[in-house]
Design a binder for this molecule. Sequence first.
Ligand code: NAP
Length: 309
Amino acid sequence: MRVLVTGGTGFIGRHLCAELDERGHDVTALARSPDASDLPAGVSVVQGDVTDRASLDFEGQDVVVNLVALSPLFQPTGDTTHESVHLDGTRNVVSEATDAGVERLVQMSALGADPNGPTEYIRAKGKAEAVVRESDLDWTIVRPSVVFGDGGEFVEFTKKLTPPYLAPLPGGGRTRFQPIHVEDVASILADVVEGTSTGNRDASSSDGAVEDERHVGETYEIGGPEVLTMAEVAKLAHRTDGRSVTVVPIPMALAKLGSAAIDPVPFIPFGSDQVRSLEFDNTTRENDLGAFDLSEDDLLTLEAYLNRG
Ligand SMILES: NC(=O)c1ccc[n+]([C@@H]2O[C@H](COP(=O)([O-])OP(=O)(O)OC[C@H]3O[C@@H](n4cnc5c(N)ncnc54)[C@H](OP(=O)(O)O)[C@@H]3O)[C@@H](O)[C@H]2O)c1
């Protein structure tokens, strides 16, 4: 199949493009500044900006995977906002995919996506989901928990937030996550593209049109094999470097006050939205791994990944 991955040069995109290429598909990665150096030789790159409808051309593609991101871990700068990238960008992707006759759209969302949610990122993701559901495309929405792996920012970000030995953390670092390895996410996304399941993969057609409808119209919540608090993630991450960390709780109200004060300061990337996101668990209501004939035992744990060195 011909598959175009918007944001295909990013953290998850690179792994997905490699997975699709290995499965025999004809893959193109789209980004504003596409760099092919981290992609397999068989993957093409194309320049495009999802916030600029005229820059998109999906002609001839069977499937589009929308992986464009603006990281929720940092405050956006300049004119770029979560609405412009995640919502307006998705509108443009849906519109171009529809006009170009693309059959299937896979939309990368996030756990907790909700038009009325607590942060700009979560609200934009929720509104973007609605745009996708209202489209005439054969869509699937995937909502992962935090994703870890080579090139990812979750572990490094946690380490920065929790300096070794004594780490003051809003709410005592009790926010719960369900980290999932990037290769497990890539494999699940490739299954959605093909209409297959990793745990019991059918022979799929890599050259013809999209065949299996099994994932169409589904919204999947995907998490890793373990639920870990932020404090536990911090301890695991520092232990790999031979360091210990003791979390000192900062009351949430105080953290919010402090972050509101630094919100307008452009060179401090952590603001009130980032603190607010620590008030809510990032875990699945029900892990939809079964749709891919997978169980939590099939997935890589964060500890096993960190111990791999
Ligand atoms: N990583 C996680 O833990 C996680 C968890 C849940 C959900 N997600 C979702 O998964 C998706 C992928 O995340 P990621 O971590 O792989 O992100 P990432 O590493 O930041 O990659 C972002 C990609 O999008 C491209 N991009 C950014 N703005 C663009 C624009 N306006 N037009 C076209 N391309 C643009 C970037 O390339 P250029 O800068 O060259 O344009 C890059 O290829 C996102 O939808 C994210 O919200 C991620």
